[in-house]
Design a protein around this ligand. Structure first.
Ligand SMILES: Cc1cc2nc3c(=O)[nH]c(=O)nc-3n(C[C@H](O)[C@H](O)[C@H](O)COP(=O)(O)OP(=O)(O)OC[C@H]3O[C@@H](n4cnc5c(N)ncnc54)[C@H](O)[C@@H]3O)c2cc1C
Length: 234
């Protein structure tokens, strides 16, 4: 497979940097080719604005989503966006490596979602299981603070991890048609022994990436006007 690894951490020597290197190593060992988008190293612009387009359809008033559609049709995205979209087109699998910051990905990755996964490119007219990236897969590899997951869950102060990740996994990745594999999540503060266990579990996952279970998000046909049909209608 062609794997695109999107890395969003400012420090190459961090735990996230180590997990990025482990992924490259394991994926190459089992014969995959790996493209890396190291967003901080690339100095990737996190902010979506009019400078994302070589020309504007309407320079009097910016309508970002309409300009995305226009740029996609006319090939007028700036080089930074074009190059990322070319990598996505080549990729069979997109792997994201990032730390949890304020229960979200770092802003630089949010910027990548805003600017690269544009209207007309990754979605539109189809969305969710009809999105334009249908046929490709993706997975999040995340580190959290703390030494375990005791803050999470039904009664956890931070809420359920799957709810926190819904915004990225369902509303961004699945929205564009990607099949989303169950995430790998590692608490960064665990002791050395536990940390090594997580790392070896991650290595195993990377070796078997193609066969890992996909999260069974519902198809668009289960909804009507954005609402889940009643169980008897599904
Ligand atoms: C702005 C901000 C907001 C945050 N919000 C949240 C939040 O909402 N929820 C939450 O859970 N956390 C939050 N955090 C904490 C954050 O998730 C952690 O700081 C981050 O996940 C740690 O990852 P790191 O790569 O920076 O780890 P590092 O600090 O680099 O390393 C963590 C540990 O791993 C060890 N390590 C480093 N490299 C290796 C290696 N190669 N092999 C083995 N061990 C290694 C280090 O010695 C260290 O003990 C936030 C942090 C910031 C800065």
């Amino acid at each position: 497979m062609n794997v695109l690894l999107v890395f969003a951490h400012p420090e190459p020597l961090s735990l996230n940097g180590a997990l990025k290197n482990i992924a490259i190593d394991e994926l190459q060992k089992v014969g995959h080719s790996v493209m890396v988008s190291d967003l901080y190293e690339m100095n990737f612009k996190a902010v979506a604005d009019k400078n994302d387009f070589l020309e504007l359809n309407n320079s009097d008033k910016l309508n970002y989503i309409k300009e995305q559609y226009f740029a996609n049709k006319n090939g007028t995205f700036v080089e930074e966006i074009k190059l990322e979209q070319e990598k996505i087109q080549k990729a069979d699998f997109i792997l994201f490596q990032f730390p949890m910051w304020w229960s979200d990905p770092p802003a630089i990755l949010k910027g990548w979602f805003d600017r690269v996964l544009s209207y007309g490119f990754s979605y539109g007219p189809g969305v969710y299981d009809q999105g334009n990236l249908k046929g490709k897969k993706t997975m999040l590899s995340i580190t959290t603070g703390g030494d375990d997951f005791s803050d999470y869950g039904d009664f956890g102060i931070k809420g359920k991890m799957e709810d926190l990740l819904f915004n990225v996994q369902h509303e961004k990745l699945y929205f564009t048609g990607l099949d989303v594999i169950e995430p790998f999540i590692m608490p960064s503060g665990s002791d050395d022994e536990k940390r090594n266990e997580y790392i070896s579990e991650y290595r195993n996952r990377l070796r078997t990436l193609e066969t890992l279970p996909v999260i069974p998000f519902r198809p668009l046909s289960d909804y009507e006007n954005g609402q889940l049909k009643t169980v008897s209608n599904v």
